[in-house]
Design a binder for this molecule. Structure first.
Ligand SMILES: [Zn+2]
Ligand SMILES: [Zn+2]
Length: 199
């Protein structure tokens, strides 16, 4: 059991670590309160006890240091990403593309397993490539600043994967001879089947 003290003003029994709070909350206007609080605050034992019971205080500089670490970490991640995957197509000036903005739905099977196509293929802090993904939904965004077409092979180039030898290729549901030169169009579906494919 904690040792009890008595409040010098009202004589109620108070735990030592609660006396400061009791004085300032119960007797805020008593003429002796200010002096008593000053005295109690200079008692190192009491300050320590109070501090030990306090909830964790997060200071502003600690938040800033944490933010700096996160931003720095992300920055170096993107730098490493950008350095290891130099853009295979010229960067566009901004999200959306000045000439057109199309979407093509790509589905890839490895055997019978549907592959998850990664998000942010072709995107870095330094470059938006005209053929890229935003999410893991398989939607290829084709956003061009220039009047030209891109192929599924261009997308694999941006991704950094060989197009390889699909066993089957469907464009808008119709089988075609598998080829990396198939043009990317708006509102198109492309389905590729491989014996084995690792994203
Ligand atoms: Zn985009
Ligand atoms: Zn888009």
């Amino acid at each position: 059991m904690a040792k009890m003290e008595r409040c010098p003003i009202c004589n109620v029994a108070v735990k030592p670590e609660n006396l400061l709070r009791h004085l300032s909350e119960t007797h805020p206007r008593h003429p002796d309160t200010a002096n008593l609080l000053e005295e109690l605050k200079t008692d190192p034992g009491r300050i320590q006890r109070r501090t030990a019971g306090r909830p964790l205080r997060v200071r502003r500089w600690q938040v800033l240091v944490l933010l700096a670490l996160i931003v720095g970490g992300l920055g170096s991640y993107y730098i490493v990403q950008a350095a290891s995957h130099p853009p295979s197509l010229p960067c566009i000036g901004g999200e959306g593309g000045q000439v057109y903005h199309w979407h093509s739905q790509l589905t890839i099977f490895s055997g019978s397993a549907k592959i998850v196509i990664p998000a942010n293929i072709g995107l870095s802090v330094f470059c938006i490539e005209p053929v890229h993904t935003h999410a893991t939904d398989g939607v290829i965004h084709i956003e061009s600043d220039v009047n030209r077409l891109y192929s599924i092979g261009d997308f694999f180039g941006v991704w950094g994967k060989p197009f390889g030898s699909p066993t089957q290729m469907l464009v808008n549901g119709s089988p075609v001879t598998p080829s990396a030169t198939v043009t990317l169009n708006d509102q198109q579906t492309i389905e590729l089947h491989y014996d084995s494919f690792s994203p």
